[in-house]
Design a protein around this ligand. Structure first.
Ligand SMILES: CC(C)(COP(=O)(O)OP(=O)(O)OC[C@H]1O[C@@H](n2cnc3c(N)ncnc32)[C@H](O)[C@@H]1OP(=O)(O)O)[C@@H](O)C(=O)NCCC(=O)NCCS
Length: 334
């Protein structure tokens, strides 16, 4: 039975609490101990607290969301979110009943709660550091660990360690490119280049990296491996609809490459989220600067780079390719 995802109402609170307590014991008894889980359930999942949160979500849907997943009259999952304008979308309490996990419901509830806040640009959440399953799940959805601390949930008595994870929005479930993506990648670039007269894809001479994209990190310059990552985004049919890559040509410098979004997938913030993903990878590698070269004709992309803080340099380099390309350089200090 396909679950219905909907806002929680006060009638749901007893069933929601029961589901939360059962899922908490299944998730945390082994690491936190039964006593602590009972203490947390009494505090964080008290009927009063849940009812107050439910009221707040119903009264201020532009700032709060409390969703439930219902199947066959049972509450089998929940997700909450709080939007702090000019700051984060805080995601809280994403729980799926154990027997309903790994069926796509967590992903659906996460997407549904984020979709309620289209203006949010960054999502943030806290996760118990030993909750390896949840951490793997969030990483798969595009979240990065950005820090940690104590007192998850803000209640000192029931405090637990937490890891803070963030993701740029929209959520992009990116994966490393594989060699089998070559055909899709050439298709993607051909569609993008077709918007610019005189711009062609030439797999033979111009783009050896696209022939074996799975080998991106092994590329070398002057005998030094360039490293980095080539990431692809799939559409609902599994075709590659966007890509981006990064490598490290010199110490402290990350170079962004191959930013392409298929025309039918534009205007959803995908390119911006891809650039920000590369910046996070660069920061994690202790790079202080991201550089890139962009074809002089790609004016739309130049506007995006400027908006994201990239400064165009004075250089203009000819590539000597079949498209007679010349490129501008852009830099951003991180
Ligand atoms: C973590 C949780 C919310 C994930 O929800 P779910 O419904 O089980 O996950 P989904 O079926 O939507 O999985 C989505 C993706 O994440 C991956 N994933 C989910 N759980 C995973 C795990 N334990 N290990 C590795 N990957 C996992 C899935 O493989 C899937 O990948 P795909 O999109 O490539 O197919 C759910 O398992 C849960 O409630 N766990 C216990 C409570 C909890 O830890 N909550 C988080 C508190 S911060």
């Amino acid at each position: 039975m396909t679950p219905i995802l909907r806002p929680a109402t006060l009638h749901d609170i007893p069933a929601l609490r029961e589901m939360l307590v059962a899922t908490w014991h299944a998730t945390y008894d082994a690491t936190l101990g039964v006593e602590k889980v009972n203490a947390i359930a009494a505090s964080w999942h008290s009927p009063e607290k849940l009812s107050a949160e439910c009221d707040a979500a119903l009264a201020e849907p532009e700032a709060n969301a409390m969703l439930v997943a219902e199947a066959g009259g049972r509450i089998i999952g929940t997700a909450s979110a709080h939007f702090l304008p000019d700051s984060f979308l805080e995601l809280a309490r994403l729980y799926i009943l154990p027997e309903c996990q790994r069926t796509g419901l967590g992903k659906a509830l996460l997407a549904a709660s984020i979709a309620r806040f289209p203006k949010a640009r960054t999502a943030r959440l806290e996760v118990e550091p030993r909750n390896a399953g949840a951490i793997a799940f969030y990483a798969r959805q595009g979240f990065f660990a950005v820090g940690g601390g104590k007192a998850c949930g803000g209640d000192v008595k029931a405090s637990v360690e937490h890891l803070i994870m963030e993701a740029d929005l929209p959520l992009l479930a990116l994966r490393p490119a594989e060699d089998r993506d070559a055909q899709d990648l050439f298709g993607l670039l051909t569609l993008c280049f077709a918007e610019y007269p005189g711009c062609y894809t030439d797999p033979h001479d111009d783009m050896p990296d696209l022939v074996r994209p799975g080998h991106w990190p092994e590329r070398a310059k002057n005998g030094q491996k360039l490293g980095g990552e080539f990431l692809v985004l799939e559409d609902a049919t599994g075709r590659v609809c966007a890509c981006v890559a990064v490598d490290f040509p010199a110490p402290g410098i990350a170079e962004l490459h191959r930013l392409y979004v298929r025309p039918d997938c534009r205007r959803r913030g995908i390119a911006e989220a891809l650039v920000r993903r590369i910046e996070r990878i660069a920061e994690a590698a202790a790079a202080g600067r991201v550089i890139l070269w962009s074809d002089t004709r790609f004016i739309g992309a130049h506007r995006l780079y400027a908006r994201l803080g990239y400064v165009q340099g004075r250089e203009r380099r000819p590539l000597g390719d079949i498209s007679n390309s010349e490129e501008f350089d852009f830099t951003k200090k991180l």
